[in-house]
Write a protein that binds this ligand. Structure first.
Ligand code: DX5
Ligand code: ZN
Length: 216
C-alpha cells in the first residue's frame, strides 16, 4: 500500500524459466506478483494450480496476488492459502453466495478480493463489498492475455472509488501506457499487466514506462 503499483501477471511469462522470470521481475522493481489461475471451466483456458504457487513461494518473498478464474473457489481457497497465496480473488460470477465465499476466505488469514467481468454490473457486488479488501475490475473478459481494453472498467472504478474511498481497486486486462493513466484517474491502485511487460525484451524499461504513464 505504498501508492499505485504495477503487478506483472504470470500468464504470458516463460514457464520454462520461472526462476529467471522471477529474478528479472525482481530486478525490475516488482512489488507484487499477480498469478492467473484458470480451470478450463469458468474460463475456456487452463493455467496452473497449487504446485506452481508453492514453487514460486519458495523462491520469492514478494506478495502473491492470486486471481482465481475457477468455478469453485472455496474448494481451492485453503490449498491456495497453504501454498503461499497472499490474497485470493474470486469471481462474483462463479459463486452463488459471494458474501459466504468472502467470509470463508477471510478466515484463512489471506487478503480477500472479488473480481467482476466487463458485462457484470457493480450491483452484483453489493452483498460482499463490506467483506472484501479489494475489487478487481476486469477490463477484458477473464481467460486470455492480449485482449483489447474495455473502457466500461473505467466507469466502474470511478463509481467504486466515489462510494468507497479506502477500498483497494485493481484493474486487469489490456493495460498499457495508453490505458494505465485513465485507470489511475478513475481511482485505481493496482494495475495488472501481461503483454505490455512480457512481450518486451527489457522488463525494467517496460515497467518504468508504465509507471511514468500512471500519472498521465
Ligand atoms: C486475463 C488475466 C490477466 C492477463 C492480462 O484473464 O486475468 O491477468 O494476464 O494480460 P494482458 O495485460 O495482456 O491483457
Ligand atoms: Zn488476472
Amino acid at each position: 500500500d505504498a501508492g499505485p503499483s504495477v503487478l506483472p501477471s504470470l500468464l504470458l511469462c516463460d514457464f520454462g524459466d520461472l526462476k529467471g522470470e522471477l529474478d528479472r521481475l525482481r530486478d525490475a522493481g516488482t512489488q507484487v506478483l499477480h498469478l492467473d489461475v484458470m480451470d478450463g471451466h469458468f474460463v475456456p483456458n487452463l493455467t496452473y494450480g497449487m504446485p506452481i504457487v508453492e514453487g514460486l513461494r519458495r523462491h520469492t518473498d514478494l506478495p502473491l496476488d492470486v486471481h482465481l478464474m475457477i468455478s469453485d473457489p472455496l474448494h481451492y481457497a485453503r490449498p491456495m492459502a497453504e501454498a503461499g497465496a497472499s490474497s485470493l480473488t474470486f469471481h462474483v460470477e462463479a459463486v452463488q453466495d459471494a458474501e459466504q465465499v468472502a467470509g470463508e476466505i477471510r478466515e484463512l488469514g489471506v487478503g480477500v478480493g472479488v473480481a467482476l467481468n466487463p458485462e457484470t454490473p457493480l450491483s452484483d457486488l453489493d452483498a460482499c463489498l463490506p467483506l472484501v479488501d479489494l475489487v478487481l475490475v476486469m477490463s477484458v473478459d477473464a481467460g486470455f492475455g492480449g485482449q483489447a481494453f474495455n473502457p466500461v472498467a473505467l466507469e466502474k472504478l470511478a463509481t467504486l472509488r466515489e462510494s468507497h474511498p479506502h477500498l483497494l481497486l485493481e484493474i486487469d486486462g489490456g493495460i498499457n501506457s495508453e490505458t494505465i493513466g485513465p485507470a489511475r484517474a478513475a481511482g485505481c491502485d493496482l494495475f495488472v499487466v501481461g503483454s505490455a511487460i512480457f512481450k518486451q525484451h527489457d522488463y525494467s524499461a517496460a515497467i518504468s514506462a508504465l509507471e511514468a504513464a500512471i500519472e498521465g
